[in-house]
Design a protein around this ligand. Structure first.
Ligand code: HEM
Length: 224
């Protein structure tokens, strides 16, 4: 008899599938967010008018609620999975593993929970800095001048360094997360496994480098 959906989603396989699906959904958000942010290279008007169009869309609230739900589900399920894995390991097994310098798999999942926690902290600071940061108004268009805020914030070398460090951590989290998600969803084929893994690494690198380029460029070059 097939498993009931709720029972499946709380099983260990269902938990991994949920982590993979919510992770991939947030990854899609990151691609869109990066595309929007790269408009900073075009100029203040392109950057501000894009964000103005976004915030004036009545569907934004629904999208934000969906994004928050996806993010929280990802975090909660990742913590559940991490603690369940720890408890499932018998003491003798754990000791043997430690003696052999922790297996690569458990090292990766520990790294994921640590990088995930840092990303969670980064996200809270990020929202305080930009979304809920100073509201400057563009005197010509009378919409929010987010470009000014971004330039102001990234004129501080400490914040630039912090962002570059966080983007590196996000890149590493994505690199492992993508490979892991493909595996959980059964997206694998003996012939293409290397290519799929390489695709994940390249995408993670592009996202991290694309985001990191913004504070660096603003600090060294960015002007109105
Ligand atoms: C240099 C890199 C980044 C820049 C310059 C940037 C810029 C911004 C700005 C200006 C906003 C406010 C948008 C508005 O209120 O209209 C924002 C919102 C947001 N950012 Fe970023 N961001 C960056 C990286 C990231 C990363 C790596 C993440 C995720 C890990 C992220 C997640 C978010 C989220 C969730 C929001 C709120 C979206 C909403 O409520 O509509 N950002 N970002």
């Amino acid at each position: 008899m097939p498993m009931r959906p709720m029972k499946f989603l709380s099983s260990s396989v269902g938990t991994k599938v949920l982590i993979a699906v919510t992770g991939l959904a947030f990854f899609l958000f990151l691609i869109l967010h990066l595309a929007g942010n790269l408009l900073i290279f075009v100029g203040p008007e392109a950057f501000n008018s894009y964000s103005h169009k976004l915030v004036s869309n009545p569907l934004l609230l629904v999208a934000e609620a969906g994004l928050a739900a996806i993010f929280l589900l990802h975090v909660v399920k990742a913590v559940v999975n991490f603690t369940a894995n720890r408890h499932a390991r018998p003491v003798g097994y754990a000791m043997k593993r430690w003696a052999r310098h922790t297996s690569r798999k458990s090292l990766a999942s520990t790294t994921m929970i640590v990088s995930g926690t840092i990303i969670f902290g980064f996200l809270i600071l990020h929202l305080i800095t930009f979304k809920f940061g100073t509201y400057y108004e563009d005197p010509t268009h009378h919409y929010r001048d987010l470009h000014r805020l971004v330039l102001e914030k990234f004129s501080h070398p400490g914040l630039v360094g912090f962002y570059v460090l966080c983007m590196t951590i996000i890149g590493l989290h994505l690199r492992h997360g993508l490979a892991s998600a493909f595996q959980s969803l059964g997206i694998e084929h003996p012939q293409y496994n290397r290519l799929i893994r390489l695709g994940g690494v390249v995408l993670a690198l592009l996202i991290a480098a694309g985001f990191a380029a913004i504070p660096i460029w603003v600090y060294f070059v960015g002007t109105r």
